[in-house]
Ligand binder design. Structure first.
Ligand SMILES: Nc1nc2c(c(=O)[nH]1)N[C@H]1C(S)=C(S)[C@@H](COP(=O)(O)O)O[C@H]1N2
Ligand SMILES: [Mo]
Length: 327
């Protein structure tokens, strides 16, 4: 087995009451979680096979970028992970904890009539429907590295627009310090929400300056098509310098707030997952190294870069912060 059992973690490492309670919660859930994490070793090899990954993908609607993103920092020229892998190997616990099953379980997820509410500390709170969202800003293509905290990575050609463009429309108050993102809560449409594997709805957050950074986008598509349900249709967060779990899927609510919001994985286990979740090869996960990653679909090992290779653009956001403490 690649990983230590959670009870190998000496209790001396558990410092405050909060993380102790989180750890207890974690242990209760360990059976399920360890299963899904341990499976990744097998998964890399399976992904070497170019065919038969997941169910035959249902295609999205055609979607093209209407703006040219000339800033080269918005692209990597590393080979893209094939469409079938991007849409056939997913983390989306509302549908399944098995990455190969998400596409199948989410297949019939109906996003018609979707409404995204942007509210909280803003001058002009507003609800956006899918047509409104098309008019926020010209759609851009961004080819980003995508690094999961479980040490696998992909390269994905997203279609989306900067979060900043959406926030501008609602006029944030100067008292707003953080942005909170919330996934749909509906166990009839998201069957695994009837399990207790995580607390629902899935929530995420960014500091205001992180959300306003031009690299941080709301994505509505990938590979020239609208997002499929397994990738977070109809709209999801993409923050390429952070671990993948920050990328909250199928968002129904964005709230501007003045205090750091709770975020799903940090609430589930604050000992293992933090609010910032910046990709950092120097700070290991308690149960595995973050120094290297497996690039899918081949699973080839490569060095993980600080801030996932976006240090030049974002490192200054964290100047003076101890990134071991604020992990
Ligand atoms: N609502 C919700 N968002 C989520 C998740 C989830 O389980 N639920 N998983 C996260 C994790 S751990 C990762 S790595 C990415 C995976 O995105 P992808 O399937 O599009 O590659 O989605 C993130 N967003
Ligand atoms: Mo992840």
């Amino acid at each position: 087995m690649l990983i230590n059992k959670p009870n190998d973690i000496p209790s001396s490492e558990i410092t405050d009451k909060n993380s102790y309670l989180s750890r207890r919660k974690f242990l209760e859930r360990a059976a399920i979680l360890v299963g899904s994490v341990a499976a990744t070793g097998v998964v890399y090899r399976a992904l070497n096979e170019p065919t038969g990954i997941g169910p035959p993908p249902t295609r999205g609607d055609k979607l093209t970028a209407s703006a040219d993103s000339h800033n080269t920092g918005f692209f990597t020229d590393e080979p893209k992970t094939p469409f079938n892998d991007v849409t056939g190997y997913n983390n989306y616990y509302e549908f399944s904890t098995d990455k190969y099953d998400v596409a199948k379980e989410a297949k019939n997820f109906d996003t018609r009539g979707w409404v995204l509410s942007v509210e909280g500390m803003v001058s002009k709170p507003r609800k956006f429907d899918l047509d409104d969202l098309k008019k926020i800003a010209p759609l851009e293509e961004r080819v980003y590295r995508h690094r999961c905290v479980e040490a696998w990575s992909m390269v994905i050609p997203w279609l989306g627009f900067p979060i900043a463009s959406l926030l501008k429309q609602v006029e944030p108050l100067s008292s707003a310090k953080y942005v909170r993102f919330e996934t749909l809560m509906d166990a009839r449409r998201m069957p695994n929400q009837s399990s207790a594997v995580l607390d629902w709805p899935y929530v995420e957050g960014l500091r205001m300056d992180e959300a306003m950074h031009p690299l941080a986008i709301l994505s509505v598509g990938l590979y020239g098509e609208t997002l499929l349900p397994q990738n977070g249709a109809p709209i999801r967060l993409v923050v390429p310098w952070k671990y993948g779990f920050k990328g909250c899927k199928s968002i129904v609510k964005i709230s501007l707030v003045d205090e750091q919001p709770g975020t799903t994985w940090a609430l589930a286990n604050s000992y293992e997952y933090g609010f910032y979740a910046n990709v950092n090869p120097a700070v290991d996960h308690p149960r595995w190294s973050q120094a290297t990653e497996r690039r899918l679909p081949t699973g080839d090992s490569r060095a993980t870069l600080p801030f996932n290779g976006y240090a030049e653009q974002v490192a200054q956001l964290y100047a003076g912060m101890d990134l071991r403490k604020f992990f």
